[in-house]
Design a protein around this ligand. Structure first.
Ligand code: GRG
Length: 296
């Protein structure tokens, strides 16, 4: 089997484990109103790529940790990611009607419940980390890392600059700065949570951070390219929105071919950063190539 074929099989297996855990975490024994539970599960269990959970699990593996110990962190990161997608799709933000191949949460359940479903996922992520990451000092570090990445200087800050129209002025610096916060911060946090769950050294965590920064930007360039060339049905979301609004994008700045070259060299840099981790980091290397080849 080719290395990408093997990766595909491993991805499917891990996605199933993550999905089963997400399912269990959102059954809510009692007290959660039915329509809120339905909205949370509608968005969280929809067929996303589960890239961030895979980054958590394979960072744990790269640092010779036990995957089961990192599973709660993989779920927590996906909960934060899904909350951000639900809120990003709202009329007050990006105003989108299609996500993960289905109507967006607010289209299906109304704006109020969509906001609350996002809020509940944000809170649940930290509940899961604090209860299920062991020992308690690792759980505390995980909470701090994830809170920082989701907060005012990173994810929310990047979104605020996007909302303020920063994407319509400036050049490469602005573009990279927003993507570093909206996309890169959550990639890096995922890798750090995997490393922390494995009890990794500072050196290992730094290598994963360099991998995450390069991969996050490569992912975003590919995302911009898919917005130009991709197929909406395959992507499960609308295309052509950014260029249509005159937003700053990588293909807009550099053209399609040069953007592709930049994504490729970022993936080479990402793989170079984790080379000292040896064969245990093989899945992360394959994942970086998958990010480049992905069609959705
Ligand atoms: C509302 C606080 C707040 C933040 C929103 C994540 C985000 C910030 C906005 C979503 C829109 C966007 C273009 C984000 C850049 C990152 C990105 C491409 C997210 C989509 O991630 P995928 O492709 O989605 O991994 P799936 O559905 O596969 O999980």
């Amino acid at each position: 089997m080719s290395s990408l074929g093997k990766l595909d099989r491993q991805m499917q297996e891990l996605r199933s484990r993550v999905d089963a855990a997400l399912d269990a975490y959102t059954n809510f024994a009692g007290g959660c109103p039915d329509h809120l539970r339905e909205a949370i599960r509608y968005s969280l269990l929809a067929p996303g790529k589960r890239l961030r959970p895979l980054l958590v699990l394979w960072a744990c593996e790269a640092c010779r940790g036990d995957l089961a110990a990192a599973l709660p962190a993989a779920c927590a990161v996906e909960m934060i990611h899904t909350y951000s997608l639900i809120h990003d799709d709202l009329p007050a933000m990006d105003d989108d009607n299609l996500r993960r191949g289905q109507p967006t949460c607010h289209k299906q359940f109304g704006e109020g419940i969509a906001i609350l479903a996002g809020d509940a996922l944000l809170a649940l992520a930290f509940e899961v980390l604090s209860e299920d990451i062991e020992p308690a000092d690792r759980a505390a570090v995980c909470c701090g890392v994830l809170a920082h990445a989701a907060g005012a200087t990173e994810l929310v800050g990047g979104q605020a600059d996007d909302l303020a129209g920063e994407f319509f002025c400036g050049g490469l610096d602005v573009l990279e700065s927003i993507h570093r916060r909206k996309t890169g911060a959550m990639f890096c946090a995922a890798l750090q949570l995997g490393a922390i769950s494995a009890g990794a050294s500072d050196g290992e965590r730094q290598m994963l951070d360099a991998y995450g920064k390069n991969l996050g930007l490569a992912f975003q360039i590919v995302d911009d390219l898919l917005d130009v060339n991709g197929d909406a049905a395959e992507l499960g979301k609308n295309t052509g929105k950014d260029a249509g609004r005159g937003k700053l994008t990588f293909p807009g700045l550099f053209g399609v071919d040069e953007s592709r070259r930049r994504a490729e060299s970022l993936v080479v840099a990402a793989c170079g950063a984790i080379q000292p981790l040896g064969p245990h980091a093989a899945s992360l290397e394959c994942l970086a190539r998958y990010v480049l080849e992905r069609k959705h």
